[in-house]
Write a protein that binds this ligand. Sequence first.
Ligand code: HDD
Length: 704
Amino acid sequence: MPKAIGKDTGAPSNAAEFPTEIGQAGELHQTPPDGGQVLTTQQGVPVADDQNTLRVGPRGPALLEDFHFREKIFHFDHERIPERVVHARGYGAHGVFTLKESLADVTTARVLTEVGEETPMFVRFSTVAGNKGSFDLARDVRGFAAKFYTKEGNWDLVGNNIPVFFIQDAIKFPDLVHAAKPAPDREFPQAQTAHDNFWDFISLTPESMHMIMWVMSDRALPRGFRFMEGFGVHTFRLINAEGRSTFVKFHFKPRLGLQSVMWNEAMKINGADPDYHRRDLWDAIDLGNPPEWDLGVQLFDDAFAEQFEFDVLDPTKIIPEEQIPVRVIGSFVLNGRVDNFFAETEQVAFCTQNVVPGIGFSNDPLLQGRNFSYLDTQLKRLGGPNFTHIPINAPRCPVHNFQQDGHMAMRNPSGRANYEPNTWGGPRESPTAGYKPFAEQVAGDKTQRRPESFGDHYSQARQFFISQAPIEQKHIGDALVFELSKCERADIRQRMVAHLLNIDEALAKAVASGLGLKALPQPAPAGRPTRLDLPPSDALSIVKRITGSFEGRKLGILVTDGAPAALVAALTDQVKAMKAVYEIVAPRIAGAELDDGTMVEAKQKIDGGPSVLYDAVALVVSEMGAKTLAKDKTALDFVNDAFAHGKFIGHTAAATPLFKKVGIEQGDEAVILLDDAEDVAEFLEACGQLRRWDREIKNDLDAK
Ligand code: HDD
């Protein structure tokens, strides 16, 4: 992790002559009594009084002369920079990518050819629509942006957790984002798409239908960043030493598998812990369980592109893994927390244009537009053209050029020559090692026409839908009903159902019925070519691919005074052994006195640790404890929600009255009686299934 500005860049720099860290010039100041550092101004002047402004007499007016006060307030007044226009709320971590399989036959990019080589990385995850202070569990796409500090320069893969996008042409991006964000007059709703403007735009934009299926699916409610896939979305190019190009799509696959939460849970998590995702990542790294992803590629050539049903330049389409398997070539681990959120996570600047020799762009019109937008936006956000000098953005390889000056320049050419060619010496271009774009033959009219090959907006939307497990299909329907029910205009709701009729009739009917539509509308005009019946792809489902392991998950253990100590010990020991984590929840934060007289400390008081924060729960309570909990609404919510959200519940016999109290019938296989360590082992093994979705289906049937 670079700490000092300009270090190790090899840049023609004079920065090294100056101390780069506060206090580096030597501790000349007398140390304060507690032995710590002396507080100084930005100029390094020691401060005697940081509690009171300089004034005329203790009750008199302040004096302008107080340079420490003025500097301190001036700096504070300017602490904020503009938040990102999209993806404002994000969270980052450092990591390392290790290549396991060389792609030397198709690319010269060293990061993809040197097996075993470790490349430092920084990854930032984000929601899209919400502002910087919004909550983590918005129903939204998640950004998954990766910066690889390669030996040949920085390579940024600015992806999402969904492999397609809403629009096909970058010119529509401002419209999409304006529609998704709060309406300009009222500035609400925050961090959600459940409003007229969004669905107005979407229902008038058929190309968004595939993405809409993904965004209404459980993918938009991830359990954590650690449980998300990442996708480069566009088709990129790899270019080899002979100048030959191979198309590529990039995939990140989480080692812990995919997992999502339910919408009802998401809404409650947002209240209980709006920082749920960032805390989860922070804690995982902190506890020594850093998350890992495999990096995979789908490689294909022009011949495949020619015969593929869709245009590989269309970012609203995937290439199913059944057609081109994802080849895993390496993996990365995110094992480094940031030292300072602002310096690293806020100031990191990703640009899709950041590629290295051997990696190139396709003509995807969304990608081409992005290549302008990202550089442009950093100027606004970071205040000048020198944002590459900020340590988090600075390459970790030599940087030599004649670009100079500008706001906050940390790296300037030294010596006399600041132009090229010159006779004084200095960096020169390298026709052999330098970046060369793929020499694609292009000819055509200047036109603003959308290609016909981009014209089918429903086939892959349907393919996604039919690939889902029944519970996932139900969630898509529920999400659409929820979102569209927030639209005041009936014509917008109707227009969406008209699109759904082109995707799946049962889905359209379920949504129409959920919205209370009296009659089905005519299907939306389908465009050309009309819909293809594509086979389902299991890779598109989350539920069909669960790993069956509780590793990396979190158990909430609700304990009361008098609870069996042996059971608490069995749970905590076995959870740790399976690389999962637990939290003790108790009626009081001081914890509970167990039946052997020992105290177990609580992490959460019960109203601060609702069961929505856990993947499974255990109710380890005494008879007395259960009696007290039965009178506590939050404790009953804990049990009721855990059940309603399909969670596995372990419990002592003494907890049984709590189930009765909330109306839970006996006989549910995922409500497991815990008596000894063996039961605990069976319970935790079962927890690997994560959810009992049949409960939700039964609940719905009962409600009808
Ligand atoms: Fe974008 C940020 C991902 C289309 C313009 N985008 C941004 C971030 C991610 C993505 C992950 C946050 C980066 C970070 O953490 O700092 N964007 C995507 C994906 C897209 C996409 C996967 C489609 C495949 N974006 C897109 C288009 C445009 C932009 C079509 C404009 C024409 N995106 C931006 C931006 C942002 C941005 C305005 C805001 C902050 C930033 O760039 O650094 O330039």
